[in-house]
Write a protein that binds this ligand. Sequence first.
Ligand SMILES: [Cu+2]
Length: 432
Amino acid sequence: MTSRRNFLGFSGMGAVLSSVASNSAEANSFVNPQKNITSTELGYNPVRTPNGWTLPYTEKEGVKEFHLIAEEIEHEFAPGSTAKCWGYNGSTPGPTIEAVEGDRVRILVTNSLNEHTTMHWHGLILPSGMDGVGGLSQPQIAPGETFAYEFDLKQNGTHMYHPHADEMTQMALGMMGMFIIHPKEPEPIDRDYCLLTHNWAMHPGTSRPAPSVMVDFNLWSFNSKVFPAIESIVARTGERVRIRIGNLSMWNHPIHLHGTSFNVTGSDGGRWPQSAWRSESTEIVGVGQTRDIEFVATPGDWAFHCHMSHHTMNAMGHDIPNPTGVNMRGLEGKIRDHLPGFIAMGENGMAEHQQHIDVGHHPGPANTLPMMTGSGPYGPIEMGGMFTLVKVRDDIAPNDFSDPGWYNPPANTIAKKISSNPNYGNPPRKPS
Ligand SMILES: [Cu+2]
């Protein structure tokens, strides 16, 4: 078995690749879509995986060979919360696999876990024995073993991969990735992004996701990151942007984009004929499904998030008594006699949670993210979880994906205060 260290060198992660590539004939044939290879050379416009990466491959006698390794990793959801997760090649989600319809691919899967695993290619049309269901379509891949999967790509679209062995545990800990198959003919997309949704039960103060939780999760992620650690989707005004969204979590996610009407244009069935497109502002991406949305970028900083409002929060108690409207004056001191540091919150709403956290006098449990976090140019954004931004500017170069900072709106196009008098005006109320 190749040692993990050697393997990572061979797989070309980051700077390691350049030193290996210069003195290894095999590594010279390495195709790394993240390095400056043009879309013409690749034959497709590569997908960008925010906070993630794309798996390089070697071309071997007409077969594209990829190598995944299942292993335990140290993962950061956002600064302030790290966990021992399981993933592939050093990350969760595992690296995005990209290939072209008609390619023959060989995917080596090395198991570096302490229990067996397999790999299922979710949505792919392939021989039954390559489908990766442990015990059904193949023997389990024991710890230390490497299996080879090899098949022709007979379709195009947005697909996923995940284990089909102790699936509940292995997926709960982060083992999953996206598998993008481009059509033979290039598509008129300027920027192509992919996001994999997931949920995690990180009990307060702990550092391993709990696999036995079925519904009461407390971290909701795009590409295993939570707001404000999720990279922005960046585009230039007028560009056609596609975001491919996959769901291997335990909930459905109504994914919502502000400021535009997008088209739902595809799935694991590839890019649909235009007659099948739907104009939406929110699209439910069901468990086990993928959906592609496309829109023409308009300038601004636009929220892009799951519309389940608890899915845009970080760690929180879901079974606390309702404090809204409860007069808690006097209560705080009495509870503090028993619980030093207790702060009575929520009488007027929950927004004060972030204020208390931000000023630092209400630290939460160790390794646990506050429920609301993140700040914008006008103050706290009061979000978490599956929330990020689409940032569109007029002056972004074609291959520039760097964060352009905050949007500076044109004069007279921003909501503004016109009164501080609570009795201002005469708003009509529903007649009694
Ligand atoms: Cu959601």
